[in-house]
Design a protein around this ligand. Structure first.
Ligand code: UD1
Length: 343
């Protein structure tokens, strides 16, 4: 039998590219759909360097139903779709909510329609811990109801999940919703990693950009939160652990191992660290002094969140293998390697 084919949307982006590496290494053939609007320009070459495989990317906007349908129709023998393609920046979503509603929701409607029409049996949706909002009881469990969305990005992830729940009532598709906590770090080779566009605000790439001198300093968004040192608290999970969870989830879904038509998993380490602790961890892991100061809270942020990952451990057999120090080392390695090429 030939390789199992999987369609990956957003395959040239951060988590998409790392997951493609993992899928290829686990024997899948991958077809990527990514309009390259937020892609990492090094992804295609990086994937090739690591795996030896040139992945076919269709540069199509998922909001264009006809063009998306044409690609899915050509690849209707795929065993599954992994839908990463989305915008993901909290602050940007507060400033430009309609851009987020249009991009994240229309694309999800279109790809779901295609999955239904071409009877692609397994569908994995990139969700986020952002669906929980501000909660009092930590660690957070999958059963915890949605909270008030703290920003438009959060709302788009809640809507995506809700659309899938409604659709699944009359569908034969097996759905998996993976709620990522804070994915960070890079492939250990340094060939792929998180590429920040000018509007990017994610903590770890901002830290590495300050360290390399592209940004003058890191501003810690708020030091007056009710946490152990006053800064926000998050569950940083290495991107290759996130990638591994996708391959495990896809295989389990294909093999019919799940009891429910929709399975939801938290993907986090199970431990929270504060923003200040993350900064210190970067400094220690790489022996670098970072220029930082504290500033006001960032609009749209929640205070603190970390995962219960027991369900993913028990049902997927998933165990995160990387530490926060690994995250900081690999992120820094990637930043240096990339800048030695771009300048
Ligand atoms: C959010 C989601 C997360 C999702 C990610 C999408 C929530 C709670 N989390 O992450 O599930 O995977 O978007 O990629 O919605 N920070 C600074 N200074 C900076 C940059 C960030 O202090 O220059 C702080 C932020 O205020 C926040 C923390 O670092 O407290 C992490 O921020 P970020 O990396 O942007 O991720 P989230 O917004 O937590």
């Amino acid at each position: 039998m030939g390789q199992k084919k999987v369609i990956v949307t957003g395959g040239m982006g951060y988590i998409g590219s790392h997951t493609i590496v993992d899928l290829i290494q686990k024997g899948f053939e991958v077809i990527s759909i990514d309009n390259l609007s937020r892609a990492n320009p090094f992804s295609a070459e990086g994937i090739k360097q690591i795996t030896g495989v040139t992945v076919k990317n269709h540069s199509v906007d998922l909001c264009d139903y006809e063009k998306t349908k044409a690609i899915i129709s050509e690849n209707a023998d795929a065993v599954g779709i992994i839908h990463f393609g989305a915008y993901k920046d909290v602050l940007e979503s507060v400033k430009e909510p309609l851009v987020y509603f249009h991009n994240n929701i229309s694309s999800t409607v279109n790809i779901l329609k295609c999955a239904q029409e071409f009877k692609i049996k397994n569908f994995i949706f990139s969700s986020s811990c952002t669906v929980y909002g501000n909660i009092d009881t930590l660690p957070v469990l999958e059963e915890t109801p949605f909270g008030k969305p703290a920003c438009p990005y959060a709302l788009t992830k809640q809507i995506g999940e809700k659309m899938i729940c409604d659709m699944s009532r009359n569908s034969d598709i097996n759905f998996v919703l993976l709620r990522y906590f804070n994915p960070a770090g890079a492939h250990e080779s340094g060939f792929i990693g998180e590429y920040l566009h000018t509007k990017g605000n994610h903590l770890v790439p901002v830290i590495t950009e300050v360290a390399i001198g592209i940004r003058p300093e890191l501003v810690i968004n708020g030091a007056d939160y009710p946490t152990r040192d006053g800064t926000g608290l998050r569950d940083f999970i290495h991107v290759m652990d996130i990638a591994d969870a996708h391959s495990l989830a896809l295989n389990s879904s294909i093999e019919g191992k799940f009891k429910n038509k929709i399975e939801i998993f938290n993907l986090g380490t199970g431990e929270g660290i504060t923003v200040l602790e993350a900064v210190r961890s970067f400094e220690e892991a790489n022996n670098i002094k970072l220029n930082y100061k504290t500033g006001p809270r960032r609009e749209g942020d929640i205070v603190a969140i970390y995962a219960s990952n027991e369900k993913a451990k028990n049902i997927l057999g998933w165990t995160p293998k990387h530490t926060v120090s690994d995250i900081m080392k690999t992120a820094w390695n990637w930043q240096q390697k990339m800048r030695s090429i771009v300048k």
